[in-house]
Design a protein around this ligand. Structure first.
Ligand SMILES: [Zn+2]
Ligand SMILES: [Zn+2]
Length: 119
């Protein structure tokens, strides 16, 4: 049983539930529309984020500090929340990938020679 299944099982599906979820889904849909159109491309690229993370990511900054290593140069990175990035901004820029999830910024499949290959 997944967490989601448990929620569905015990949720009271009434007017406010349907209303709330519809509002939430509308909000998600608007994010996806912005994502497809890439409405803030300049800002997104300057943040080294792919369309998915930029438009649909959850950027709720928690109070917890999390540490992670850059997946490319192994530099130490600190984050103000549990929402951690996989590479540092420098490597993201150099490789043209999203610092948060590693997707290429133009959503084209990556060229092998640009990246290290896992042993
Ligand atoms: Zn790095
Ligand atoms: Zn991303």
């Amino acid at each position: 049983m997944s967490y989601l299944n448990n929620i569905k099982k015990y949720a009271t599906v009434d007017f406010s539930y349907v209303y709330r979820n519809t509002e939430y889904s509308q909000c998600q849909m608007n994010k996806y529309k912005a994502c497809v159109k890439d409405t803030e491309k300049k800002k997104r690229l300057s943040n080294n984020l792919c369309p998915i993370c930029y438009y649909t990511g959850h950027w709720t900054g928690g109070q917890m500090f999390t540490q992670n290593q850059c997946g490319v140069c192994e530099a130490e990175m600190m984050f103000g929340s549990t929402c951690i990035d996989v590479v540092c901004p420098k490597c993201a820029k150099e490789l043209g990938i999203c610092k948060h999830c590693g997707t290429t910024l133009n959503l084209k499949l990556p060229k092998k020679e640009k990246f290290k290959v896992a042993k």
